[in-house]
Design a binder for this molecule. Structure first.
Ligand SMILES: Cc1cc2nc3c(=O)[nH]c(=O)nc-3n(C[C@H](O)[C@H](O)[C@H](O)COP(=O)(O)O)c2cc1C
Length: 229
């Protein structure tokens, strides 16, 4: 798909947004990142708390961060203790099947055999390279906040990802960065008491990569909505 024209509707942006896991080396100006974050400020939040904290990394600092993580990953593939689990365990149906299908699609798109050891470690390595993106973002919350504020951050993230699409950019939210949260805290200078929710790759997609054609499925509306009229 070509870059969007000068304007996209919200529906078009929702349709185009996907987790892109292959970026071109085309740079993204710091001013553009600032502009997108500035517009994402209008996201709603409980009581207008605006609980999000964002750390944007690019240029030489991103190179340094990637190098640091690559070194640590080579020594310790398991990473650091997580602050929270990404999924309930065990997962139940239909959630388990949806997660498995998305995983299968991803592995096939990269040409890896289904979640074999080397495929998993290569995908992790690419995650921690921001899939080649020139900008990495990290999203934190004060550890004292509750579920409503986690949802607030989710809305902020979606605003940001749709604004990125409007700029012809792509994103991949990445909870996997949680396994380096102690290192990131030091590297970014995050004050104590903040929890990392996720990282995010930001850049221009490499449209020639097969993973771009691999779109995840969605359940039909009838599976999650009921109507009383
Ligand atoms: C909070 C959050 C964290 C995620 N973490 C990762 C991650 O660490 N690595 C990754 O490759 N994808 C990650 N994803 C992407 C999801 O796998 C993806 O959104 C889902 O499969 C739906 O596909 P789509 O985004 O392409 O529509 C994350 C998504 C969200 C919303």
């Amino acid at each position: 798909m070509a870059e969007p024209a000068t304007s996209v509707t919200v529906s078009e942006a929702i349709e185009r947004r996907m987790s892109v896991r292959a970026f071109s080396d085309r740079p993204v100006a710091e001013g553009k990142v600032r502009d997108i974050l500035d517009r994402a400020r209008r996201s709603p939040s409980t009581g207008n708390l605006q609980p999000w904290h964002v750390y944007a990394v690019g240029g030489e600092r991103l190179v340094a961060l990637k190098r640091l993580i690559a070194e640590k990953l080579a020594r310790d593939p398991a990473g650091e203790p997580l602050e929270f689990a990404s999924y309930p365990s065990p997962l139940w149906e239909p959630l388990r099947a949806r997660r498995a299908a998305a995983g299968r699609l991803r592995y096939e798109a990269f040409g890896f055999a289904d979640k074999d050891g080397s495929g998993l470690s290569e995908l992790l390595r690419r995650n921690f390279d921001f899939f080649g993106a020139p900008v990495g973002l990290f999203f934190y919350l004060d550890a004292r906040v509750g579920p409503p504020q986690w949802a607030d951050l989710g809305m902020f993230l979606q605003s940001l990802m749709l604004l990125a699409v409007e700029e012809g950019l792509d994103t991949c939210p990445q909870q996997v960065w949680g396994s380096w949260n102690a290192t990131l805290r030091d590297f970014l200078g995050v004050p104590d008491g903040r929890t990392l929710f996720c990282g995010m790759s930001l850049g221009y997609r490499d449209a020639s990569h097969p993973c771009i054609a691999a779109r995840t499925e969605r359940a039909a509306m009838s599976e999650f909505a009921s109507f009383a009229w």
